[in-house]
Ligand binder design. Structure first.
Ligand code: SF4
Length: 202
């Protein structure tokens, strides 16, 4: 289900506090490169749609984010695809956001891509550096890496992501084994983000 409405202006703040690593990485890549490739735009755009970004706010967000692009190019090459992902063009389908399972198993990213699941698709070194740079302000420390990486090495990517959620929400009372609620592990990036936002409100 769609969440409360969010605006383009809110996304930097939401990303820092509530996004799972796949979406944090897409957000930071977009800020750094002022662009995202096709699969990245799709993975991130559908996630933001389900998070509650309206079509009008989505166009504002992407237009501003591609800050070095001319209006003409944006309107011709990108606007249609954004409207399409909201079901406003083409066959007008209501595209759902991708689940972890889909992100983990389809469209394997190449070296120039930013989509995918960092727990599966990053090198061990980049994953550890990324975890510390993104989540140390929320309480994830170097001493947590060994545990997180042990799940990754065994191919338990959801468990690694769930553990990061638990650690980064421990100041809100989340304990090991609580998962994203009722002991559930992470199965969808939107589930991660909406549970994180609920904890903040509660
Ligand atoms: Fe994203 Fe799912 Fe991977 Fe977590 S496990 S980083 S939510 S794809």
């Amino acid at each position: 289900a769609a969440g409360d409405e969010i605006t383009a202006d809110m996304i930097d703040g939401l990303a820092r506090k509530h996004f799972p690593m796949c979406m944090r990485h897409l957000h930071e890549s977009l800020r750094r490169d002022k662009h995202l490739k096709h699969h990245g735009r799709l993975q991130y755009g559908l996630f933001l749609k389900v998070l509650g970004l309206s079509i009008d706010e989505a166009i504002v967000f992407w237009r501003r984010s591609f800050s070095t692009m001319q209006d003409d190019k944006f309107n011709k090459e990108y606007k249609y695809n954004i409207r399409h992902s909201y079901g406003l063009e083409g066959k007008r389908a209501n595209y759902p956001a991708r689940s972890c399972q889909q992100i983990l198993t389809s469209d394997t990213p190449g070296s120039q891509d930013s989509h995918g699941c960092p727990f599966r698709h990053f090198s061990s070194e980049n994953l550890q550096t990324g975890l510390l740079s993104m989540y140390s302000s929320q309480g994830l420390g170097a001493s947590d890496l060994l545990e997180v990486m042990s799940y990754v090495k065994n191919g338990h990517y959801h468990v690694a992501c769930t553990r990061v959620f638990e650690i980064t929400h421990s100041s809100q009372g989340v304990k090991k084994g609580d998962g994203v609620g009722n002991g559930e592990s992470v199965t969808h990036p939107n589930q991660y983000a909406s549970r994180s936002r609920e904890l903040e409100k509660s």
